[in-house]
Design a protein around this ligand. Structure first.
Ligand code: MG
Length: 336
């Protein structure tokens, strides 16, 4: 425990309301917060809720509870498998991450994306338990609108890490790690698309990173909203276990007069993030090793052309974005 001597230990009281729903009272830094979770949530989900209340990032949290061994160290475990008892206290040890100047590099890097089978992906999207999680997230998550939605525009949702920015390389100035043509791309597509940025990191980090790159105050385009990892949901697959994804239904539910499955496209380097809405996702080639690739990477130029071409369609939902490079004038075959 050396190195964690400055950590805060907090008590957490648990009281099950129904078989499914738990209301947790979290004591932290002398204050009490209420955290609501369900039996079909995972430990990772519980940590996320605690983070919402306390700002202690999930990866910084250690949860201690009598007689459960190391179960609370397994983020994929369902809470229904842990014998919580009313009024028995849980201890959370963790520190608030004040220093967000550098990317949290000790977070495990996602090495490989994985492909779920078509049937399995469909299954995840249609599972009632996942729809229920989405409904809860819609109720819980507040989207702060930075600039108004515009009638008649389509919606582009963008991941950050490896999509717009190489977060694993180091540089004196973060602009060196920015994907080439980012501002040109955003300026051009803004004519037809509202833009939402959704990253699996914390809001502080999203704001800092986008601010440093000059994305939040560019005179040529405006960002409608920023979303962070708290807007994600955790789903379970038979072959790949538990993972987080970005359900676009959360955005559609918040802005039903503006955005839907018919006019939304999302770029992400991880296919699994689309699992709740596979038809709306476009897998972008990851932008890595910025110093070596920043003079040659043309993805955003080509994608500008694609987005402006498909913007003429009334309905994007029948497109196969896997074939985006072959669409319109793009004849080059992609070798993956
Ligand atoms: Mg990414």
């Amino acid at each position: 425990m050396a190195g964690e001597t400055s950590s805060s230990a907090s008590a957490l009281a648990v009281s099950p309301l129904t078989e499914e729903e738990l209301t947790l009272t979290v004591k932290w830094s002398g204050k009490e917060y209420t955290v609501r979770v369900c039996g079909d949530d995972t430990v990772g989900e519980l940590k996320r809720r605690i983070c919402e209340a306390t700002n202690v990032m999930p990866k910084r949290q250690k949860l201690l509870y009598p007689k459960v061994g190391s179960k609370l160290a397994d983020d994929s475990l369902l809470l229904s498998q842990i014998p919580f008892k009313a009024s028995i206290k849980m201890t959370m040890i963790g520190t608030v991450e004040d220093d967000i100047i550098v990317d949290p590099v000790e977070s495990p890097e996602i090495i490989d994306d994985f492909e779920l089978g078509q049937d399995e992906a469909m299954d995840i999207k249609d599972k009632e338990v996942n729809k229920q999680k989405l409904r809860r997230r819609i109720q819980q998550y507040k989207i702060q609108v930075r600039n108004p939605c515009r009638k008649g525009k389509k919606l582009l949702v963008l991941d950050i890490d490896y999509t717009l920015f190489d977060h694993r390389s180091s540089a004196e100035n973060p602009v060196e790690l920015m994907r080439p043509y980012l501002h040109e791309f955003l300026s051009a597509v803004y004519a037809e698309y509202d833009i939402i940025i959704w990253s699996a990191t914390s809001m502080k980090w999203v704001e800092l990173k986008m601010g440093e790159l000059g994305v939040l105050n560019n005179p040529n385009y405006k960002i409608t909203a920023l979303l962070d990892y708290l807007a994600m949901i955790t789903v379970q697959s038979d072959t790949r276990g538990v993972f987080d994804c970005k359900p676009l239904g959360l955005i559609w539910a918040h802005f039903p007069e503006y955005y839907s499955a018919k006019n939304t496209i999302m770029f992400d380097d991880l296919r699994r993030n689309f699992v709740m809405n596979p038809q709306n996702g476009l897998i972008i080639k990851p932008f890595k090793r910025a110093h070596a690739n920043r003079n040659s990477d043309q993805e955003l130029v080509k994608l500008t052309q694609y987005l402006l071409t498909i913007a003429e369609l009334n309905d994007l939902s029948s497109l196969d974005h896997k074939k985006w490079e072959a669409f319109g004038n793009f004849k080059r075959r992609r070798h993956d």
